[in-house]
Design a protein around this ligand. Structure first.
Ligand code: PDD
Length: 278
């Protein structure tokens, strides 16, 4: 692969970052993941806007202009001949002598790379995902897309050890989100229920689009927190993310959701999303 590192295009083996980079030492960095289908960017404006917000919240500095950043996204698709998959972007505060205080005028580190992945044809669509409920032990600013992904990684591993595909995280008796996706349910009357935006969850770009599409399709929705019990008694459950679009969840802690098959409204929302975005 050819990666982008601070203005240079390099073969991945030659792209090197300092051991003093604060992204490495302090997880002082943010990221974005943007989907690519047919060599085209998906929902770029949404991801660019969220990146800007993360930058502002942490006082980071994007070393290139917004239009240059879009051009880098387009160029990395061309250079890697990426058809389907994702672009990963990471921006750290940059290298500095190790100190908890932020350095004055650091030089940020901006990295982009691609990952090929089959997004439209996902074998998990046939059965849906199974999720395990685990406590949400992340920090309380989950609205900022930082690279502090140790706990989400541990939660993913623990769910896999239990035979599940992923975790749904629970805090104060309510589901927050999946390890790297937004969690949603559909109740027995056909209402979509999803947690409202706050610092407790990442403000999903796919979430926003799916709510828009639900509204247009006449699927009612409530933005409110739901409990694990409600989820286990729901008619349908699903997750959304840039790399899953809309993906059914058919088991929670081993118990089937509804009839245990991918839900009708879930699959309809997935179709609507694909039709609208691609
Ligand atoms: N994750 N919640 C969390 C904690 C996430 O990490 C993500 C995305 C989402 C969904 O956001 P969006 O719809 O904007 O992709 C929700 C990316 C895909 C990742 O970490 O790989």
């Amino acid at each position: 692969r050819i990666v982008y590192l601070n203005g240079e295009w390099l073969p991945e083996a030659e792209a090197k970052v300092s051991v003093f980079d604060r992204g490495f030492l302090f997880a002082d960095a943010i990221y974005e993941v943007t989907g690519v289908i047919d060599g085209k960017l998906l929902e770029y404006e949404g991801h660019a806007a969220r990146l800007k917000r993360s930058i502002t919240e942490l006082g980071l500095n994007l070393p290139i202009s917004a239009s240059e950043l879009l051009e880098v996204h387009r160029e990395i698709i061309r250079r890697n001949e990426l058809k389907e998959g994702l672009i990963y972007l990471q921006l750290s505060r940059g290298p500095a002598d190790r100190d908890f205080a932020f350095p004055k005028d650091p030089t940020p580190t901006l990295v982009l790379f691609t990952q090929a992945k089959s997004v439209i044809e996902n074998p998990k669509l046939a059965t849906g995902l199974s999720v395990a409920l685990l406590p949400d032990w992340r920090w309380e600013r989950r609205d900022i897309k930082t690279v502090q992904l140790l706990y989400p990684s541990m939660a993913k591993m623990q769910s896999m050890e239990k035979g599940a595909d992923d975790a749904w995280l629970v805090e104060d008796g309510f589901v927050t989100e999946a390890s790297s996706a937004t969690a949603h349910i559909i109740d027995k009357t056909g209402r979509l229920i999803t947690r409202p935006l706050s610092n407790a969850i990442l403000h999903g770009i796919t979430r926003a689009s799916v709510l828009d599409l639900a509204e247009k399709a006449g699927i009612p929705y409530d933005e409110r927190a739901f409990t694990p019990d409600e989820a286990m008694n729901a008619a349908e459950a699903f997750i959304t993310s840039a790399t899953n679009f809309v993906m059914p969840v058919t088991r929670i802690d081993g118990e089937p959701v509804g009839d245990g098959k991918p839900g009708t409204l879930t699959l309809k929302l997935r179709e609507l999303y694909i039709a609208d975005k691609i």
